[in-house]
Ligand binder design. Structure first.
Ligand code: NAP
Length: 186
């Protein structure tokens, strides 16, 4: 993982399930790539299940381009919050907000909020995040135009890591890695 260079000593128990504040959820290649041409780079069924399990019943915040990339529009059984400066943007099944701050202010402090991309929103939200739920895909794509922000290992500690090998349904090996901000360890 080149975007974070300190994932040793991964021993701690799993994350608390509720009340963890703002989390970033992303599937990230080893070189930090997350997308190309407003599309995801990978189709990994287990990652989709993992994403669904994490976010269902919660609020998800995304940029306008990511919303437009969703094949069936707003994701069901979640509150969809879409960031755009365009007050006339139509987002069926979602609420639109002109800033990240306004979107987060609309959420209850005690609830879990998941930032689901894309690159610009991850960058802006990272300083406000308390945990990162990353799926690190063990690949280094050369064709990518959207990247996850670099993580300072002084700020983030990996507390849980589960690796899965490639198989007939998953073209690449991948690892679910949960990070918490070092000063707010679970
Ligand atoms: N691998 C993953 O887990 C993952 C997850 C999600 C997305 N992605 C990928 O990421 C790429 C898209 O990322 P992106 O950076 O190009 O687009 P994006 O972050 O999804 O959307 C950018 C747009 O969101 C709006 N926006 C962002 N921040 C805002 C703010 N603070 N206030 C108001 N509006 C704001 C603006 O919309 P307006 O221009 O309308 O004002 C901006 O043009 C795609 O390739 C996608 O597939 C990957």
């Amino acid at each position: 993982m080149d975007f974070v260079n300190n994932t040793q000593d991964l021993v701690l128990p799993t994350l608390r399930k509720e009340g963890t504040g703002v989390s970033l959820v992303a599937a990230v290649a080893e070189n930090g790539a997350i997308g190309f041409d407003n599309k995801l780079l990978y189709w990994l069924p287990n990652d989709l299940k993992h994403f669904k399990a994490l976010t269902t019943g919660h609020s998800i915040v995304m940029g306008r381009r990511t919303f437009e990339s969703l094949p069936k529009g707003a994701l069901p059984n979640r509150r969809n919050l879409v960031l755009t400066k365009n007050a006339h943007f139509i987002a069926p099944g979602a609420e639109i907000f002109p800033s990240l701050g306004k979107a987060l202010d609309s959420c209850n402090e005690a609830e879990d909020v998941f930032i689901i991309g894309g690159a610009s929103v991850y960058r802006e939200a990272l300083p406000r995040a308390e945990r990162l739920c990353l799926t690190v895909v063990h690949d280094t794509p050369t064709q990518a135009d959207a990247f996850f922000p670099w993580l300072n290992p002084l700020d983030w500690e990996a507390i849980n890591e589960v690796r899965h090998d490639a198989d007939e349904r998953h073209a690449f090996a991948y690892t679910f890695v949960d990070f918490v901000r070092r000063n707010i360890k679970a």
